[in-house]
Write a protein that binds this ligand. Structure first.
Ligand code: DGL
Length: 268
């Protein structure tokens, strides 16, 4: 039987954070073709205006539409919070999967009744998180902590120095004192700095949404009858609006693979 349903999936983030999502999708669905787009020319998103983030996200979506993608993963909590409702309205025929801080499992599993949400300022202050807390964290205290410096660290990459550990320990120290036992990784970049977060909060469990996002992609494609068939070969393209050589070295460092990367000029 020939390979069918092999239109690609688009995975979008401001930088390398979405690679944590891409890695899970690839492990679960190796027969899918994936296009990863990092908008590193505009990084970081977390402290920019919602209007700018909408503009960047629309340009990325236009690009993916031109590539004929069957689904787009907005692998960025910040862009999901600021732009996903508008993207869904603007591109009604495209399937989207967004990223939301996994407040629900964290609240459910908390024994101390205090959870932390680490994210960018756009996400911690956004309506989307407020609504998640209201719906799923009844009776649980939720400490929202904007951590833009963790994005910078994740983009820089390890090896982590004692100064990095000290910086994150002091950023998060009060969460220990507050008895936080579940810590939501509310920014896709934070998967790559998880060792620093865990060292700062040794008693807490980190809650990473990446595996659940990959399952959501699988379910949506299955429901739509659009999963690539088992004999499709898969494939991967990495693009950045920033420096392709830098992205290649980040991929080598974060995913342990030597991959070709392409520069992309988008009309923002
Ligand atoms: N990776 C993005 C997120 O999940 C944010 C990083 C940035 O500030 O650009 O929120």
């Amino acid at each position: 039987m020939p390979c069918h349903n092999d239109a690609p999936l688009g995975v979008f983030d401001s930088g390398v954070g979405g690679l944590s999502i891409l890695r899970e999708i690839r492990a679960l669905l190796p027969q899918e073709r994936l296009i990863y787009l990092a908008d590193q020319a505009h990084l970081p998103y977390g402290e920019q205006s919602a209007a700018d983030i909408v503009r960047y996200s629309r340009a990325a979506t236009d690009f993916f539409c031109a590539q004929g993608v069957k689904l787009m993963v907005v692998a960025c909590n910040t862009a999901t919070s600021a732009a996903l409702p508008i993207l869904r309205q603007t591109y009604p025929d495209l399937a989207f999967v967004g990223l939301e801080p996994p407040v629900r499992p964290a609240a459910r599993d908390s024994r101390t009744g205090v959870i932390g949400v680490l994210a960018t300022p756009i996400t911690t202050e956004g309506e989307r998180l407020a609504s998640l807390v209201e719906r799923f964290a009844d009776g649980v205290r939720v400490i929202r902590r904007p951590c833009p410096s963790l994005v910078t660290l994740a983009e820089r990459g390890g090896p982590w120095t004692p100064a990095d550990y000290a910086q994150i320990a002091s950023l998060l120290a009060d969460l220990n004192a507050e008895n936080v036992d579940q810590v939501v990784l509310g920014c896709t970049h934070f998967t790559f700095v998880a060792p620093l977060i865990q060292a700062a909060l040794p008693a807490a469990q980190l809650v990473d949404p990446a595996p659940a996002v990959a399952r959501r992609v699988q379910n949506l494609l299955a429901e739509a009858g659009r999963l690539a068939s088992a004999d499709c070969a898969g494939g991967l393209r990495y693009l950045t609006t920033g420096d392709p050589a830098r992205l290649a070295s980040q991929i080598q460092h974060l995913l342990g693979e030597a991959a070709p990367t392409e520069g992309l000029a988008l009309d923002f």
